[in-house]
Design a protein around this ligand. Structure first.
Ligand code: GCB
Length: 588
């Protein structure tokens, strides 16, 4: 009965949600007009807006008429931006807000147009000039709609309904340890393309080689049987790909390129050229693989000196939205000595990823499949599949990303195993050049021996462990004597460890409940002592770079809505544990 109910809900959800259109990649490399800036908004507390026709943006025409739910320039906010940090009434709000942008546009006859959203958290309905273009679910991945037929010459009205309510069948679901920033949190733009588009492409070194490039390109059928030129001028490469009857072309060739690595983040300007357009992008070439317990970058074993961060600027208590925000977070990571960042717990903005690549930082990217997911609901796999596709579609050409992660801390069960195994298959089907992982947290413990026997270990390329010894569980007797054992011989990354402290709070190192820097510092020392003895350890990511907003952290004296596990405070001040981690990375 429960299953039948779930199936009915699934059908209903699918029927009411129009899918976003196929994705054009590399938006930066295309001809775009930004719709960022001030947008008007209306808070729809009781979800009456659709019924009231807000999307029609009607104006009163007779003295007897009036319009409730009317937009006005007295109420505007910045887009991209979350609503929680921009309107004090909306600090804790999870619900519906309508946004409106009026813009003047002059479309050309021989072009096509798309409206692109970098991310809207969580669910959105998009209307252009009173017509529903479609809906999108998922707060951290981009989507777009073709508007060639609905974009007017002159004034256009774009209206978006955004809903940020947490739901049991959502990803993430009801309960998670970060702030649910609602709104249009990444850029909005109009993309202009020629009639026949170079829609998507992928270029990278062939797996397990450092001197062979493979590339494919997908174009509109109108370019079928014609040529696309791939050029990388500074490497002296110019190749011609012939498109087949369905619009696909592929090529592989030997190439002598300077490889991308954290020490030398070389990039090349790569262009795909058709008769109608040129799409260019800076691309780095590197190979990544696993051999036994080693992670191999460009043929050499590497240790991932990492850190976790949320897409949040703590000093502003807001979603990180700008290039400057991305720079701050990545520079903090660099200062710590990192060559790797685990982007938790969702795809972060594309400019963060591009910047990491320029700075020589390797990345782990994951979809927000975080604890508490209803794996028995068939809709979950469908949604996760869509998120994986949107994430990989957007970021597959960014060489900084070396690991796709499919989940964080999911409880073992048959349903979970089925769904995550299928998801690992989906990822490999989309991109087999990278490694697949998931952060695991259920272990069995006998004294100081901790067994990692999650069945998912067999499915993953890299075993990622989240362990809060000394914080959520007491540290086992005898410093440094803890041993982690895995059922498979694969590389291990310690993807989370740590504990809380409030910056400036001092005391003895023996009491977690005092939230002091000394206790957190000792935890780091203990953890590092333990990890030094783990033979398969190939990376570490302390939890977390900076204190971050979390509504479920309500020790009023020390937390008051903040998760205090940062190595940095919410103002960017360095806690004692920062120096322990930095010294470890400097010694590596
Ligand atoms: C975890 C989660 C992370 C939390 C962290 C914590 O295991 O993966 O999202 O914020 O623990 O602070 O408890």
């Amino acid at each position: 009965m429960k299953k039948l109910f779930i199936i009915l809900i699934t059908l209903f959800t699918c029927a009411t949600t129009l899918p976003a259109q196929n994705f054009l990649n590399n938006i930066e490399g295309r001809n775009t007009t930004s719709l960022n800036g001030r947008w008007q908004y209306i808070v729809d507390w009781y979800n009456r807006g659709t019924g009231m026709g807000i999307y029609k943006d009607k104006k009163a025409e007779k003295p007897t008429e009036f319009i409730e739910y009317a937009f006005t320039n007295e109420q505007e906010m910045n887009i991209p931006g979350d609503w929680n940090s921009q309107d004090p009434h909306l600090f804790y709000y999870e619900g519906n807000v309508w946004f409106k942008k009026v813009f003047d546009y002059q479309p050309k006859d021989n072009k096509r147009y798309f409206i692109y959203f970098g991310a809207v958290n969580y669910q959105s309905d998009v209307y252009l000039n009173g017509k529903l273009l479609g809906s999108h679910e998922g707060g951290f991945t981009p989507f777009q709609f073709e508007v060639t037929d609905s974009l007017k010459r002159g004034i256009n009205k774009l209206i978006v309904k955004v809903n940020s309510q947490r739901r049991e069948d959502a990803i993430p679901a009801m309960n998670y340890d970060w702030w649910n920033y609602g709104g249009i949190t990444r850029e909005v733009s109009i993309i202009e393309t020629p009639k026949h588009i170079i829609k998507d492409y992928f270029i990278q070194l062939k797996k397990r080689t450092t001197n062979e490039i493979e590339a494919w390109v997908k174009v509109d059928k109108g370019i079928s049987n014609k040529n696309i030129v791939l050029s990388i001028p500074t490497a002296g490469i110019k190749k011609t790909l012939t498109v087949d009857s369905v619009g696909d072309a592929a090529i592989a060739f030997k190439a002598d390129v300077k490889l991308w690595s954290p020490e030398t983040p070389n990039q090349y300007l790569v262009s795909f050229v058709s008769e109608e357009e040129t799409i260019s992008e800076k691309i780095g070439f590197r190979s990544i693989e696993v051999k036994g317990a080693d992670i191999i970058l460009n043929g050499k074993p590497i240790f991932l000196k990492g850190v976790n961060f949320h897409e949040e600027v703590p000093q502003r208590v807001a979603r990180a939205t700008s290039i400057e925000d991305a720079r701050q977070l990545l520079q903090w990571a660099k200062e710590l000595g990192c060559n790797f960042v685990r982007l938790t717990h969702y795809p972060q903005s594309e400019h963060t990823i591009r910047m990491a690549e320029e700075m020589g930082i390797m990345l782990w990217e994951e979809i927000p499949l975080w604890q508490g997911i209803a794996f028995d609901n068939p809709v979950i796999l469908k949604k996760a599949d869509n998120m994986l596709k949107e994430m990989i579609s957007r970021d597959k050409n960014h060489c900084s990303i070396i690991i796709w992660s499919i989940a964080n801390e999911t409880k073992q069960s048959n349903d979970r195993n089925n769904v995550l195994t299928k998801m690992a298959g989906i990822v490999r089907g989309l991109d087999d050049t990278r490694l697949v992982s998931a952060a695991l947290y259920q272990f069995t413990r006998e004294g100081n021996k901790i067994m990692v026997n999650d069945t998912l270990c067999k499915v993953l390329d890299v075993i990622a462990l989240n362990s809060y010894l000394g914080w959520y569980q007491p540290w086992p007797e005898g410093d440094g004597n803890v041993v982690f054992q895995t059922i498979v011989q694969k590389p291990i990354i310690m993807t989370e460890f740590g504990g809380e402290s409030k910056y400036g709070q001092h005391g003895t190192a023996d009491s977690a409940g005092l939230w002091n820097e000394e206790y957190q510092e000792k935890l780091y020392k203990d953890n590092l002592m333990m990890m030094r003895k783990m033979p398969n350890l190939r990376g570490t990511c302390p939890w977390v770079l900076a204190d971050f907003r979390a509504p479920n952290r309500m020790n009023i004296t020390y937390q008051n809505g903040w998760n205090r596990k940062g190595l940095l405070s919410d103002k960017g001040e360095k806690k004692k544990a920062w120096y322990i981690m930095k010294a470890f990375y400097d010694s590596k």
